[in-house]
Design a protein around this ligand. Structure first.
Ligand SMILES: CCCCCCCCCCCCCCCCCCCCCCCC(=O)SCCNC(=O)CCNC(=O)[C@H](O)C(C)(C)COP(=O)(O)OP(=O)(O)OC[C@H]1O[C@@H](n2cnc3c(N)ncnc32)[C@H](O)[C@@H]1OP(=O)(O)O
Ligand SMILES: NC(=O)C1=CN([C@@H]2O[C@H](COP(=O)(O)OP(=O)(O)OC[C@H]3O[C@@H](n4cnc5c(N)ncnc54)[C@H](OP(=O)(O)O)[C@@H]3O)[C@@H](O)[C@H]2O)C=CC1
Length: 515
């Protein structure tokens, strides 16, 4: 019997960010392991062209929830979508809904955030800091609340090399930042952003650090815990391997490599690729929810959900395995063959960007123009290069995260819970995981049919032939131009031609003699 699964039975659970990548995996696991839970409230904002109900329907009818429907056939009745926008005052929740949330909620999982690296500071503060503050205020009015679990990121302190499971203060108090965002105009915010974020690379990591400070400051009498996952990747085992449905983190680059857009990347092959599968994050989150509510630790505990110190993998190994998988299982309609290299300095990066990214895009756009179509590849390539420049910070450094609390929690679980809520990353086989990740990208994100693999391989063979033809033509043109301009080149050319001629004549003469 799983104590954790049992704990969530009969509970009313509030999840923010349930429509996001991690939120969906969290909801799925909760329904699958504790089908007798009372209700899951999810705060959802209406999206263009979709009502709340349509959004929920889409999630519940996705492949991810297939197993849930078997164990929890009335899942539709147990999910209660509440219209909310975390950017608004009181989240724009109606009075009745707010009353229901305040009266019944037992556990909160706060996953919502803006994960964009380039978000404007005002927006990132609103969602990652102010909304967290407001949610804590709401939580403090919930008489039945047992635990508040805040999802942060292991990179909230990426300005440090070694990171412990503690909250590191930022120089400027979050409250001051929140206040200043109310009266400063965008131009001034733009000007002070670099000074505020200091040695962090973007507004995301900075505001997630501020969010943690807010959690610490506003915790009051609440039972709170913070989870810090590193780079969340596709699922490892549950509900099935390789599930992923957005392009954040490495996923977008895997797609770009598989489609042949990404041919070189500035990365340190030996740097630790601190990836963590989404189901491991979710298992730890649920175990933390149980532990925080039942054991009520005296202080706010922080749990690092990382892989680097227990089972390290590096970007080099990951990149090679990604490409090896694309050899066997290519993506459909690739732009070029999947073939990429790591570069390690600015000069080679600029060179390969020009030769392997910009030039082919321009040639292809030229071809599109010639055939009366709208050019698009240069624009796409520029966006990819911009994305690469934003991710570079994370693939050229290694961090060490201590995992005492996470390991302590593991030791507190019963053998059954260690099995059902497995967050032991030491058991993960990276090569197998990455292969399943790449397959998952193909099947669940790009929705490509496995039956199309022979055609995809055929397409790659065509691309290879075009590549050879193109290179041969380029060589001949260059050579022709060189011969026209240089006496030395002409001499070399005549020497080669006469050598070949003599060789052929000798070969013909000797074969005639034999006859
Ligand atoms: C020896 C062999 C070598 C072979 C190598 C080849 C194999 C390659 C795979 C292995 C390398 C993997 C490296 C991975 C590096 C990952 C580092 C991640 C670090 C995360 C640390 C923090 C973790 C967290 O806590 S939060 C979660 C992470 N958050 C994000 O990832 C968000 C990042 N994204 C953004 O901030 C934005 O999307 C931005 C700024 C990058 C782009 O914004 P923009 O306004 O331009 O528009 P969008 O609409 O968002 O997207 C535009 C365009 O870009 C494409 N795109 C977006 N993200 C990615 C991505 N991660 N990778 C690739 N492409 C991406 C998107 O598809 C759009 O394309 P269109 O065609 O124009 O629609
Ligand atoms: N993915 C990763 O690699 C990592 C993620 N994390 C953390 O995990 C958490 C979840 O991340 P992930 O699932 O990847 O992110 P996603 O971007 O996939 O999901 C973000 C969620 O937040 C919701 N949200 C955003 N803005 C609002 C708003 N104004 N009102 C209501 N809801 C809103 C989104 O709703 P909508 O669907 O409407 O957009 C979505 O459900 C975040 O806190 C993130 O910082 C930490 C480490 C790594």
């Amino acid at each position: 019997m799983s104590m954790i699964a049992d704990f969530y039975g009969g509970k009313s659970i509030l999840i923010t960010g349930a429509t996001g990548f991690l939120g969906k995996v969290l909801m799925e696991k909760l329904f699958r392991t504790s089908p007798d839970l009372r209700v899951i409230y999810i705060l959802v904002r209406p999206k263009a062209g979709q009502t709340l109900q349509q959004r929920v329907f889409q999630i519940l009818n996705s492949k991810l929830f297939e197993k849930v429907k078997e164990v929890c056939p009335n899942v539709h009745e147990k999910i209660r979508a509440i219209s909310a926008d975390l950017n608004q005052n009181d989240f724009a929740i109606s009075k009745e809904d707010m009353q229901e949330l305040l009266s019944y909620t037992n556990i909160i999982f706060h996953c919502a955030a803006t994960v964009r690296f380039d978000d404007h500071l005002r927006h990132a503060v609103q969602l990652n800091v102010t909304a967290t503050q407001q949610l804590l205020l709401m939580a403090s009015q919930m008489p039945n609340l047992e635990a508040f679990i805040h999802i942060s990121t292991a990179f909230s302190n990426c300005n440090l090399k070694h990171i412990d499971e503690v909250i590191y203060p930022c120089p400027v108090e979050p409250k001051k930042i929140i206040d200043s965002m109310e009266w400063l105009d965008d131009a001034i915010i733009d000007e002070i952003t670099p000074k505020l974020i200091g040695d962090r690379p973007n507004t995301y990591t900075y505001t997630k650090a501020l969010g943690e400070m807010v959690v610490q400051q506003e915790s009051g009498k609440l039972n709170i815990a913070i989870i810090r996952p590193s780079i969340v990747g596709a699922t490892w085992q549950e509900p099935f391997p390789g599930w992923v449905d957005n392009i954040n983190g490495p996923t977008g680059l895997i797609v770009a490599a598989g489609k042949g857009f990404l041919r070189s990347i500035r990365a340190t092959p030996m740097a630790v690729a601190d990836l963590i599968p989404a189901d491991i994050v979710v298992n730890l989150t649920l175990a933390v929810g149980w532990y925080t509510a039942v054991h009520r630790p005296k202080s706010t505990l922080i749990y690092h959900c990382t892989s680097g110190n227990l089972n390290p993998c590096n970007w080099g190994k990951m990149g090679i395995q990604v490409l090896a998988t694309f050899e066997k299982i290519p993506l459909e309609r690739a732009f070029r063959r999947p073939k990429a290299e790591f570069t390690t300095n600015n000069v080679t990066t600029q060179y390969w960007n020009a030769v392997s990214h910009r030039a082919p895009a321009m040639i292809y756009d030229f071809y599109l123009r010639l055939t009366g179509r709208k050019p698009r590849m240069t624009k796409l390539m520029n966006r990819l290069l911009r994305t690469l420049s934003m991710l570079e910070y994370f693939i050229n450094r290694s961090w060490e995260w201590s995992t005492y609390n996470t390991e302590m929690l593991m030791s507190k679980l019963s053998p059954e819970d260690q099995r059902v809520f497995n967050f032991d990353v030491r058991q993960l086989n990276w090569l197998e995981y990455i292969e399943n990740y790449v397959l998952g990208v193909k099947k669940y994100l790009l929705k490509e049919d496995m039956a199309g693999i022979p055609e995809a391989k055929q397409h790659l063979r065509r691309l290879r032939n075009i590549h050879y033809l193109f290179n041969t033509a380029l060589f001949l043109i260059a050579w022709r131009l060189l011969i026209a301009r240089s006496q030395v080149a002409r001499n070399v050319w005549f020497f080669i031609v006469s050598f070949c001629y003599k060789f052929l004549s000798y070969f013909r003469a000797s074969s005639t003699l034999k006859v």
